[in-house]
Design a protein around this ligand. Structure first.
Ligand code: F6P
Length: 340
């Protein structure tokens, strides 16, 4: 078979490890590969890259994606589906491996329904995809954010400041929850549980009163009770997402006014998505890639590789994109034991 491979949506560490596994095992089966550039833009415009054993040599530990990525949505573009069909026919593509998050996999599901054979691989630092226990990229993002928290704590303690650290995750609080637990945050705020600013200030005051510098981890999508998420601007992307950000700056101001302790905001931003994947993410990405190419080889389409416990299984794409996986209340209650 001649198999296309693409990476769509926000990049994350581990994408290259998936590509390598797909190509290494698939070449062994006798398949050929075509790399599509920049997410769904590649199949729509016919922009490709050679993708063989030479191209995947040495990329296991490299962050980002050798194929490039974009948030292009073919179903939002006039004639998008026809363009994809046309380029697949011209290039002799028999099947596609699409590596992405809810948006990319949502398109993969629609393409499958429209008769294009696709197998998905779940990626996102947000870990918000249903049907898989973990996505790769999440462990790396949490490790980076935890290291930042550890470092911020020492400077906060020196200056008796409160530090409010904003992490990514969109509408799910997984990165914040795990970073808060791993970094010993004094307060962790997630989108799933709107917060009371007075109560947050109270927890911070308790920490200051004990002679320590309060450290708050806040998810970019967290919101105060009765308020709304902080967005950078009103513009939406091709999948209807707003660009979140700014909650830490707002919260640091509010906390300073209420507690009298100097409070600063630190926004970790894209540093959480950059650089080399952790060992855990390298292994998970590799296993997902192997499962995906096995599915293509077996002619099983409309499915996604997923982690269930310690097993990698195939689940229908429909299941993977049905609903966002958010933090359950009982997981947040675990973190709350350490507040204040
Ligand atoms: O979905 C991954 C993610 O990093 C989110 O956590 C974040 O809200 C968003 O992507 C940022 O997107 P962009 O890179 O387009 O600014």
């Amino acid at each position: 078979m001649r198999i296309g491979v693409l990476t769509g949506g926000g990049d994350c560490p581990g994408l290259n490890a998936v590509i390598r596994a797909v190509v290494r095992k698939g070449t062994g089966y006798g398949h050929e590969f075509v790399g599509f550039r920049d997410g769904w833009r590649g199949p729509m415009t016919g922009a490709t890259l050679p993708l063989g054993l030479d191209e995947v040599d040495g990329i296991l530990a490299r962050g980002g994606t050798i194929l490039g990525s974009s948030r292009t949505n073919p179903y939002k573009e006039e004639g998008g589906l026809e363009q994809i069909r046309g380029h697949f026919a011209d290039l002799g593509i028999d099947a596609l491996v699409a590596i992405g998050g809810e948006d990319t996999l949502g398109v993969a599901k629609r393409l499958t329904d429209d008769g294009i054979p696709v197998v998905g691989v779940p990626k996102t630092i947000d870990n918000d995809l249903g049907a898989t226990d973990y996505t790769f990229g999440f462990d790396t993002a949490v490790s980076i954010a935890t290291e930042a928290v550890d470092r911020l704590r020492t400077t906060a303690e020196s200056h008796h400041r409160c530090l409010v650290v904003e992490v990514m995750g969109r509408h799910a609080g997984w990165i914040a929850l795990h970073t808060g637990l791993a970094g010993g945050a004094d307060v962790t705020l997630i989108p799933e549980v709107p917060f009371d600013v007075e109560q947050v200030a109270g927890w911070c005051k308790q920490v200051s009163d004990r002679g320590h510098a309060p450290l708050v981890v806040v998810a970019e999508g967290a919101l105060p009770e009765g308020g709304r998420e902080s967005a950078q601007h009103e513009k939406l992307d091709a999948f209807g997402h707003v660009q979140l950000g700014g909650i830490a700056t707002w919260l640091a101001d509010e906390l300073e006014q209420r507690t009298g302790t100097e409070s600063r905001a630190v926004v970790l931003g894209h540093v959480q998505r950059g650089g080399t994947p952790t060992a855990y993410d390298r292994v998970l990405s590799t296993r997902f890639g192997l499962a995906a190419i096995d599915a293509v080889h077996a002619g099983t389409f409309g499915v996604m590789a997923a982690l269930r416990g310690t097993d990698v299984v195939l689940v229908p794409l429909a299941e993977a994109t049905a609903e966002l996986k958010t933090v359950p209340r009982e997981r947040y209650d675990e973190a709350q034991v350490f507040f204040g």
